[in-house]
Design a binder for this molecule. Structure first.
Ligand code: AHR
Length: 712
């Protein structure tokens, strides 16, 4: 096509676009939003937006919790050293092997079980070096790689002991059964041990140090710092290696490697992920679950007491999502996380129901669990003179944490036995007796599960509702709270998400989320708190040695060992949380365009044959009475521009300029990824022409936040 043909084509396209625009606009009635500023409007809940977290998708181990060593206490698998491999460069002149010594395995000979450091650290890894032609050692692959960054100091530590014989000598007169003779290897273990962060092929050493292994058959803790230089290129193609060039038996336990953490907290969190959360300005953090609170069996509930104190005292436990949490992220770490992001803890206490369907009936059998929850609450907010408050002080935090809400269980509607009614009441009564200032949240909501709701005793003041939906369902139900009874309990939307896109959600999901959030915001006199789930996902796929990192598609923030990114929905939430007033502005809408929702299987079972119409424009507005700023949020869910007339009824003065934030995509599937992390991010601009009545044309697939300055 020559230049002239191109110009003709462009002209023809422009003319037809203009004709099409005029045609569609003369046919359609203008969409009108009227903000009634003469009406006072209800209060926006000061805790409307928060976060929810649990150990899923490697949220902590291999995620927020900064520890880099996978399987540091060798308990992930009793027969296999998951995450570990043998380093043996000269296979001709060296002879070495490694083995898990799992104290709890019955088939492990008695004498071999004598390597426990304490009741929590019972398993260890033995490196047997029979010949050392060159270096031999153990390597840890980390959580899908060890992240190497320039100018970085890593704190390494481990327990190590060296001997020459597998069996310690039997005490004379020992009643223990005779064991086969121990393997005798020349004990040359004492001496320098090399510790490195290096490339997976061992050819590039990024950081290195040595420690002097003492001549002792007893456990000793060793610590050293490994520093990278300024010219290393960031990579995850790296491993952590402890090596020797001398024969003997080397026993390892609690091997740890920490990069710098947020606010330099010992045993702390990744700074980049912490910053992502700080930027969202969350008002609370719901933890420790989710399913992680409950565990697969009654014996697997979040064992908060064994997550306290030094790492040496933390055995870890069976998690709910297919891998074994280290519990390095323990109760105090959750609380410090809250403190660091300026959020209030919202504690979920185990309420006697577990994921396999078992439950403990209300009454004497449940009492120890109620007492355990009271202890836990005392650890969080008890005075230092209380037993658990003193423990918290001893753990380094004398000041009690401020907490207002405790949730009794998680999704107890899975328990179809009806036992929650009694369990909730037993917990609530005991908690309210000791802490009258606390509000107990029911994990069963009346509207969602009317047959299972709490009926006896006092009505729960707050109900937790969960919604995992596709965007159509979000759009269809975005106004559901407009119709809720204002005299009933308050609502906590404790888990919600538009589930489209994996591992993090796409633009269409962000449009579903934004529509849903306008509904919560318009009704934030009723919806006192809300939090999306799941928050985090490690986006690594399966490798030869490690499984896929995530169990749940559709998450908010993705990462690998080195970097992180936000989904489009993350940016929408960040904007919604940052631009929020303290009063709801009553609004009226006219001529909201609609589109037919595709029919579903459920429709056909319910006899629905005509596609229901769902809105394509969603809206909410709040005002900050201290500054006079109005935050108007308008969402366009379809792939064409939509003009909207905005009327500010009862307005005094209004500034002619405003700030507009837009999150938008070219198509619904557009998304951010670990390799393209900023395809969709908010764009801000100054706009003018603001008046008591003005028109904005919304971009296709866009979430728009207008910041309007009025007189106070
Ligand atoms: O967010 C993932 C899971 O969904 C939570 O663990 C559980 O509460 C819900 O069913």
């Amino acid at each position: 096509m020559n230049h002239f043909q191109k110009r003709v084509l462009k002209f023809t396209f422009c003319v037809s676009a203009i004709i099409g625009f005029i045609f569609s606009n003369t046919n359609a009635q203008i969409t009108r939003l009227t903000l009634d500023l003469a009406k006072p409007g209800a209060n926006v809940s000061p805790m409307l937006y928060g976060l929810m977290t649990e150990e899923i998708n490697h949220s902590y181990d291999g995620g927020l919790y900064a520890e880099l060593i996978r399987n540091r206490i060798f308990k992930d698998n009793p027969t296999k050293a998951e995450g570990w491999s043998l380093v043996q460069e000269d296979t001709i002149n060296s002879k070495a092997s490694m083995k898990i010594i799992a104290a709890t395995q019955d088939n492990v000979p008695f004498d071999e079980r004598r390597h426990a450091i304490n009741g929590a650290l019972q398993s260890c890894l033995r490196l047997t070096v029979e010949k050392a032609g060159s270096r031999v050692g153990i390597a840890n692959e980390g959580y899908w790689g060890i992240p190497v960054k320039p100018n970085t100091a890593y704190k390494a530590s481990f327990y190590l002991k060296g001997t020459g014989t597998i069996q310690p000598p039997r005490r004379p007169g020992s009643q223990q059964p005779a064991q086969p003779a121990g393997t005798l290897i020349e004990d040359n273990t004492a001496g320098p041990i090399t510790v490195t962060i290096e490339s997976n092929d061992g050819k590039t050493i990024y950081a290195s140090g040595t420690i002097e292994l003492a001549k002792s058959a007893f456990w000793k803790k060793y610590e050293l710092t490994l520093s990278t230089s300024s010219n290393v290129k960031p990579t995850t193609d790296a491993r952590f290696v402890i090596s020797t060039n001398r024969t003997g038996l080397y026993y390892f336990n609690l091997v740890s490697l920490f990069p710098p953490t947020y606010k330099n907290r010992p045993n702390g969190n990744r700074p980049d992920l912490m910053q992502m959360m700080v930027d969202m300005k969350p008002k609370f953090l719901r933890f420790p679950g989710g399913n992680f609170l409950e565990g697969p069996l009654i014996t697997d509930a979040f064992p908060w007491k064994q997550t306290l104190g030094p790492l040496e005292n933390r055995p870890g436990h069976r998690g709910s999502w297919g891998y074994r949490p280290s519990d390095g992220m323990g109760l105090l770490e959750f609380l410090l996380w809250c403190e660091d992001i300026g959020a209030e803890p919202l504690l979920g206490v185990y309420a006697g129901y577990s994921l396999n369907g078992d439950h403990i009936d209300a009454g004497p059998l449940l009492k120890p669990y109620v007492d355990d929850a009271l202890d836990e609450i005392e650890y969080v907010m008890g005075d230092v003179k209380t037993y658990w408050g003193a423990k918290r002080a001893a753990d380094g935090h004398p000041a009690p944490f401020k907490m207002k809400y405790v949730e009794i269980g998680n999704e107890d509607w899975f328990d179809r036995s009806g036992s929650y009614d009694g369990r909730f009441t037993q917990f609530r009564e005991a908690i309210e007796k000791k802490y009258p200032q606390l509000i107990c949240i029911s994990s069963i909501a009346d509207a969602q599960y009317p047959d299972l709701k709490v009926k006896s005793g006092k009505k729960p003041a707050v109900l937790d509702e969960h919604y995992y939906r596709n965007s159509w369902a979000m759009w269809e139900n975005a106004s559901q709270y407009d119709k809720y009874d204002r005299n009933g309990p308050k609502i906590f939307v404790g888990e919600w998400a538009t589930r489209e896109g994996a591992p993090t959600t796409n633009m269409n999901a962000a449009l579903g989320d934004a529509a849903w959030m306008t509904g919560m915001e318009r009704n934030s006199d009723l919806i006192i708190m809300s939090c999306y789930a799941p928050l985090f996902v490690n986006v690594n796929t399966a490798t030869a040695t490690a499984p896929k990192a995530w169990q749940w598609d559709s998450d908010l923030i993705g990462y690998n060992a080195l970097t992180c990114y936000g989904s489009p929905a993350y940016y929408v939430q960040k904007l919604f949380g940052s631009y929020l007033g303290n009063k709801i502005v009553p609004m009226a809408a006219e001529n909201i365009p609609t589109q037919p929702r595709p029919l579903t299987r459920r429709d056909s079972t319910e006899g629905i044959t005509k596609a229901p119409l769902v809105p394509t424009v969603f809206y909410s507005a709040t005002r900050d009475t201290r500054t006079g700023i109005i935050y108007l949020k308008v969402v366009n869910t379809i792939g064409k521009q939509q003009p909207v007339e905005i009327n500010l009824k009862g307005i005094g003065k209004i500034a002619p300029d405003a700030t507009l934030f837009v999150v938008k995509g070219d198509k619904p599937e557009d998304t951010n990824t670990i390799n393209d992390p900023e395809k969709i991010i908010p764009v801000s601009s100054k706009i003018n022409g603001i008046a008591p009545a003005f028109t904005r044309t919304l971009d296709p697939y866009s979430v728009n936040i207008l910041v309007l300055q009025t007189g106070k």
